[in-house]
Design a protein around this ligand. Structure first.
Ligand code: PMP
Length: 425
């Protein structure tokens, strides 16, 4: 293990402020400009990747030390339940749980009373699908690039699902969406950023299209929240879902933001403790949102860890993270194209994600050879089988970046792919 990776930047590296007013970005102060993808030097804060080229952050993000420490502290000396105890430590923990809700809401420009903690984005979308009043509208409009968790919940809840096609470079075709939407559509559900192609949705236009026929807009923000400024999304969307573990926080915690008047119309999905007002054997009444949707003892430490992760991301600045990842994406696309015999998918300005296939080689073989070279990429259908059919492939390999990624990861990826080509002739 390279112990340097855990050490702060050496002499000769100074802290600078990010362009959007965020926290420390480290760059070399010897006068040489940083190379693309080396502006943000936070790798040393990630104990999980010391000498590993981790390019699977779209599946789950590695955790910075600040998050790991917040979780250890919350499970250790600070641990207590929330919302019930009258003793001091429990009220302290309750305050921290609610502070986490506040931070998560502020991340997307929302209010805390509109922010429901869930197990993740999957549970968040299922919650909407199961409880949203249909008001006589039985269709939802999704897109060809959606993750299964923005398709299957609608089917299970009895909706008819229509899929908007993609443009040639892999963006949701909003002209087609405009032509397809009808007054039978209860909701439009789009990925803010595709987990396979990295395509970024035009949120404003998607909102105009949904609202033009009285439908609601749900955005799957799983891949956007860790890599884009998302403070504006509540201006256009009616629901926003994201997962803690993809934004450098723990697994088992996620968020559903919904407009308060919509949440107020939705019945609870689960019954139990912490969500009731009054219980008799004849009937029960329920608390207002968000408590109404959080039956049982919640993921207390998950919320504390998510708060630490959100603070960490905000300290760096999502604008800076996006710029950093975009430079790496550009470097990767150019390098893969220059190798030859590699098909690269998605738009050039994809957010932090590059899917590709080495021609004639199954992506599982590509990923296995890359693993031998210390490079972790995902290979498979990425829970997006309809998108694979649209691409005309069974599967792809996918490299996805994070704040800690740098040009050494891209170089290792390229060396690994050259090895794949040598092995497969
Ligand atoms: N949507 C997208 C775009 C995703 O990338 C993922 C995770 N791969 C999900 C939804 C589901 O997230 P989770 O498994 O954390 O609920």
């Amino acid at each position: 293990m390279n112990s340097d990776a855990l050490n702060p930047p050496r002499n000769g590296e100074v802290a600078a402020r990010s362009a959007d007013g965020g926290g420390p970005l480290h760059h070399a102060s010897d006068g040489s400009p940083p190379r693309a993808g080396e502006v943000l030097r936070v790798r040393y804060q990630f104990p999980g990747i010391a000498d590993w080229h981790y390019l699977d952050s779209a599946a789950t993000a590695q955790k910075p030390q600040a998050v790991i420490e917040a979780i250890a502290q919350a499970y250790g000396p600070d641990y207590a339940t929330v919302h019930r105890g009258v003793y001091q430590r429990s009220s302290d923990m309750t305050a921290r749980y609610e502070a986490a809700r506040d931070a998560a809401a502020r991340l997307i420009g929302g209010q805390p009373n509109e922010l429901v903690f869930t197990r993740g984005a999957t549970e968040a979308i299922n919650l909407v699908a199961r409880t949203l009043p249909k008001n006589g509208r039985n269709r939802v409009l999704v897109s060809q690039l959606e993750h299964h968790s923005n398709i299957v919940p609608w089917q299970l809840a009895g909706f008819e699902v229509d899929a908007v096609p993609l443009t040639a470079d892999g963006q949701i075709d909003l002209d087609a969406a405009e032509a397809m939407i009808t007054e039978e559509h209860c909701l439009v559900g789009f990925a803010h950023v595709s987990n396979v192609l990295g395509s970024i949705l035009d949120v404003r236009r998607a909102a105009e299209i949904a609202h033009s026929k009285g439908a609601l807009l749900l955005l799957d923000g799983c891949q956007a929240a860790p890599r884009l400024d998302v403070t504006f999304v509540t201006l256009g969307a009616d629901f926003y879902a994201f997962s803690g573990h993809k934004i450098y926080g723990p697994t088992g915690i996620g968020c559903l933001w919904g407009r308060s008047e919509l949440l107020a119309q939705m019945p609870p999905l689960q019954g139990g403790g912490a969500m009731i007002e009054k219980v008799t054997f004849e009937e029960s009444t329920f608390l207002d949102p968000p408590a109404r949707f959080e039956a049982g003892t919640p993921h207390i430490v998950g919320a504390v860890g998510l708060h630490a992760a959100i603070d960490w991301v905000r300290e760096i600045g999502l604008g800076a993270i996006h710029a950093h990842e975009s430079a790496l994406v550009a470097e990767t696309r150019a390098a893969l194209r220059s190798i030859g015999g590699v098909t690269v998918y998605g738009p050039d300005d994809s957010a932090g994600i590059v899917s590709f296939n080495v021609d004639g080689v199954h992506p599982h073989d590509t990923a296995t050879i890359l693993d031998d070279a210390g490079v972790a990429v995902r290979a498979g259908h990425h829970c997006a089988q309809p998108l694979m059919r649209w691409l005309g492939v069974e599967a792809t390999a996918r490299a996805s970046f994070a704040a800690h990624s740098d040009s050494s990861d891209v170089e290792a990826l390229v060396r690994g792919i050259e090895q794949v080509k040598r092995i497969f002739g």
